[in-house]
Design a protein around this ligand. Structure first.
Ligand code: HEM
Length: 505
């Protein structure tokens, strides 16, 4: 096995682990012995197949149903398992059991993903990356479904389907359409902060191990006294940030489309376990009221100067999946899965997500998706029963409430830790997408990027923007100019090197 990567040796490892086993005979799905695996049953060697060949149908019917709908976004991904260990006490902010004491350890599942394209796409395309963490806590599942960026393109979930449509394929031509792409972004300037990040160096990480994760949305923490703090989650790579430049990424896309998946698997299989340091930022209710930016707007970061990172613990991945379909494809996350001590906030994108994930999991995996082993909590006790693929009927406990037969009760600790917030306002449709979109995008472009990074960002933009119609190019250049006059000018200059696609309309 010398000179081979661990990911190439899966079948050889299987043989090694099973060399002392007796050879097992094959069966149908119902455990009946197979008679012949190389031939179906026919009338003579050249004749028709016969209807009674149940064993043949058993195999084909299962094959016909092997694929389930892929995720509508984040379809291509890699998963792994490990643990979260607390290194610092944050019980003054949250009474969640997962943070209960230094050294406290919780099992986790992580799925990394790219957002836009399908299951079979190349790992090194320019895109945001998903970094979703499932914590199997003593209080049930906590899903922290983050990305590798602290911000997002939109502020209101009603625009999410549109935002995703323009990133994906044109419904007629079935290829990416740069008119759609920049038409939307140039008309929704709240996207500019994320767009500058997207075309910056972090837009193509050099593997999942070398990128940070962020809960991105604003959450709430509740402590044992019932005090509430708004919060952002950050998980910073201990492997160091590493990115791919655009040219190298295109070469890898051709040579090794599964580059990131392979890297993660090999690292874990070699005992080189990747880890991330986990932090929070917190904001009091009073600070949120007087904040100069909307703390519930996911197109904004919370400046670290005002809201410093508070260390919490370590995320470590030390186990590869034993089967990709069972443990990664069937893994399903839902930002609505909170545990006592952690909750939602008025962040509109988070509020939208609280509906979308459970809904899509029921479509993709069925009503009982949370009973699948990889999704299942340590225990559950409720009044739901039945539905397709029920595994656990809760041992005959009553399925109605209230009852006199020892049925489950509400947990007073969970009641005490549920957030109590007071909000008042006029019900309406508030489009906030045009409020101060440029201050933070400008800080990213002018202060975080250096000259060379700015130039790479411009070249990355022009590589795509040159394919859009001239009038859309002009509108998008106008948005870059509002970030920084020289930014718009440089993009315009570079676009001038290409023939305009058609006139402004
Ligand atoms: C309104 C905004 C959003 C909506 C409606 C939305 C909806 C969805 C949906 C429907 C899926 C597919 C889930 C599945 O099939 O299991 C998904 C996946 C995902 N989303 Fe979002 N999303 C939104 C914003 C975000 C944001 C802001 C983040 C990051 C902070 C994010 C991170 C992810 C990740 C990581 C996955 C993949 C989860 C996995 O690995 O299974 N999404 N999203």
């Amino acid at each position: 096995m010398a000179n081979r990567q661990p990911i190439q040796n899966q079948l050889l490892e299987y043989v090694k682990q099973h060399e002392d086993d007796d050879l097992e005979t094959s069966t149908t799905n119902s455990g009946n012995p197979l008679i012949n695996k190389d031939a179906s049953q026919t009338i003579g060697p050249k004749g028709f197949m016969v209807m009674q060949d149940y064993r043949f149908f058993d195999q084909l019917q299962h094959f016909d149903r092997e694929r389930i709908p892929e995720r509508v976004v984040h379809a291509k991904g890699a998963g792994a398992f490990g643990y979260f260990r607390v290194t610092h006490d944050i019980t003054n902010y949250s009474a969640a059991k997962v943070f209960s004491s230094i050294g406290y350890t919780t099992k986790i599942a992580v799925r990394f993903s790219q957002v836009t394209f399908e299951m079979g796409s190349q790992d090194t395309v320019r895109d945001l990356r998903g970094f979703a963490v499932k914590f199997y806590t003593d209080d049930g599942i906590w899903d922290l479904v983050g990305n590798n960026t602290p911000i997002f393109f939109i502020q209101d979930g009603i625009l999410f389907p549109d935002n995703i449509h323009i990133l994906k394929r044109n419904p007629v031509t079935h290829v990416r359409d740069w008119d759609m792409f920049f038409d939307f972004f140039s008309k929704r300037p709240e996207s500019i902060h994320q767009l500058v990040w997207f075309y910056g160096d972090r837009g193509i990480p050099d593997g999942y191990r070398h990128m940070n994760g962020y809960g991105s949305n604003t959450f709430s923490l509740i402590n044992a006294s019932g005090e509430l703090f708004y919060c952002k989650f950050h998980y910073k790579t201990n492997q160091g940030i590493r990115n791919l430049d655009a040219q190298k990424a295109r070469e890898i896309a051709g040579n090794d489309p599964d580059y990131m998946l392979r890297d993660l698997y090999n690292a874990i299989a070699s005992g080189n376990y990747p880890s991330w340091s986990f932090y929070i930022q917190t904001m009091t209710i009073e600070q949120a009221k007087t904040s100069p930016f909307n703390p519930f707007d996911v197109t904004k970061v919370w400046p670290h100067g005002s809201y410093p990172l508070i260390p919490v613990g370590q995320l470590v991945l030390d186990k590869n999946p034993t089967n990709y379909f069972a443990e990664v494809e069937q893994l399903s996350f839902n930002p609505a899965h909170f545990i006592p001590g952690i909750d939602a906030s008025p962040d509109k994108v988070l509020q939208s997500r609280l509906f979308a994930y459970g809904d899509t999991s029921r479509y993709r995996l069925g009503t009982n998706n949370q009973q699948l082993p990889v999704n299942a909590p340590k225990r559950f006790k409720n009044f739901s029963r039945d539905g397709k693929s029920t595994f656990d009927s809760q041992g005959g406990a009553p399925n109605y409430h209230p009852n006199s037969f020892g049925g489950p009760e509400t947990d007073p600790r969970a009641v005490a830790l549920s957030p109590r917030l007071r909000y008042a306002g006029d019900v309406g449709f508030y489009d906030t997408g045009f409020e101060d979109n440029f201050t933070q995008a400008r800080a990213l472009y002018q202060r975080v990027f250096d000259d060379a990074a700015r130039e790479r960002c411009i070249q990355n933009i022009v590589y795509d923007l040159k394919n859009a119609s001239a009038f859309i190019q002009q509108r998008q250049v106008g948005v870059f100019s509002q970030v920084d006059e020289s930014f718009g000018r440089r993009v315009q200059e570079e676009l001038g090197k290409y023939q305009p696609l058609h006139a402004i309309i």
